[in-house]
Ligand binder design. Structure first.
Ligand code: ATP
Length: 325
């Protein structure tokens, strides 16, 4: 549908929320209005689109939001959007509300929805918004920086009390099936072990031996960062305590990693990506996703972006292990 004249755009947030989504919404709204478009906000992701929870947005509606966590439009997961009927209905609702272009802020799943809508004649552009950093076409996803800093600060605190009590601490961080949050925290917090879903190279027996060896050498704590994709932290703590005799506690940081005021990096990248998404729509582009690669803001075809698979850089993982010596 390149070449279609865009007069009204919509914006929604979908999938898990991420700090910085509001900065992206604000940028979409203000860029759109600044360039003469009408902007509509869709509440609660694709579910809200199907329920026609659609509101007009003014520049003032996004005042005082850049520093807020969460998403002012709220978000949801929506099974119906995965069906052909749901997708047809969503495209028809966009047409009913005059939405010629739609900005979708979310992860891979949300982009798949945008791809279906693009095939049905609604111009779409995706913005990577996920704390998981698991989208291969971009080195940056909105929310990761805030989430990793939140987790890092929490882990520092756990480490303090672990040292006082000479404990082993297993700290579980989010990331679903991706280990980036765990890897970054592992490096930033100087963890003794990092367990990643992408690297099935850990053996609990070896960890137990390592804890015992560390104790013999007089080390006062032992920090294991466990990725959500591995999970089982509470049982793992029981097994390790039983085998080592060292008091072992599991801490699951959980949803606090999704909240909080976004960092400067999240606000700035989200603002630029939001503006860029609107510009792409104005150029008549569709089925694109915005990204950041090799120091540049770029855009990819969603089909191409969804075909890419992100891997944990082995060199970074090796360094993390070496530094834990
Ligand atoms: P996060 O990384 O935070 O989990 P995400 O966008 O990957 O974000 P998903 O739950 O995978 O989160 O997807 C969000 C929504 O996108 C789904 O609830 C569904 O409505 C829609 N969606 C996901 N996959 C598809 C698909 N294959 N076709 C159409 N819509 C989809």
């Amino acid at each position: 549908m390149a070449g279609k004249v865009i007069r009204t755009i919509g914006v929604l947030t979908s999938g898990g929320d991420a700090p910085g989504m509001n900065a992206a919404i604000r940028a979409v709204v203000r860029t759109g209005l600044g360039k003469g478009l009408k902007v509509r906000g869709i509440r609660k992701g694709y579910q809200g689109l199907l329920n026609e929870e659609i509101i007009d947005l003014s520049a003032r509606d996004v005042s005082d939001t850049i520093q807020r966590g969460g998403t002012i439009l709220q978000t949801a997961r929506c099974e119906e959007m995965r069906t052909e009927d749901g997708q047809q209905k969503a495209a028809a609702i966009c047409k009913k509300y005059g939405i010629d272009g739609l900005v979708v802020i979310g992860g891979d799943g949300s982009f798949a929805g945008a791809q279906r809508l693009a095939n049905l004649g609604v111009n779409t552009v995706g913005i990577p918004g996920t704390i998981d950093l698991d989208i291969d076409c971009t080195e940056y996803t909105i929310g990761f920086d805030t989430a990793v800093n939140t987790a890092m600060e929490a882990i520092d605190k756990v480490r303090d009390t672990s040292t006082s009590h000479e404990r082993c601490s297993i700290i579980e961080v989010m990331g679903r099936d991706a280990g980036y949050l765990a890897l970054w925290c592992g490096i930033a917090n100087g963890a003794e072990r990092i367990l990643l879903p992408e690297e099935h190279d850990y053996d609990e027996k070896i960890i137990i031996e390592d804890i015992q060896e560390n104790r013999r050498r007089g080390k006062k704590n032992y920090i294991i960062i466990n990725a959500e994709g591995i999970g089982d932290s509470i049982n793992m703590a029981k097994r390790i305590e039983e085998a080592t005799g060292m008091e072992t506690r599991a801490t699951i940081i959980g949803h606090m990693q999704r909240g909080g005021s976004p960092t400067c990096k999240d606000r700035v990248y989200a603002s630029i990506m939001g503006a860029m998404a609107v510009d792409l729509l104005l150029e008549g582009k569709s089925n694109r996703v915005v990204g950041y690669r090799h120091g540049q803001y770029v855009d990819f075809d969603i089909d191409e972006a969804l075909g890419m698979k992100k891997v944990i850089p082995p060199y970074q993982y090796d360094i993390a292990k070496l530094l834990a010596l």
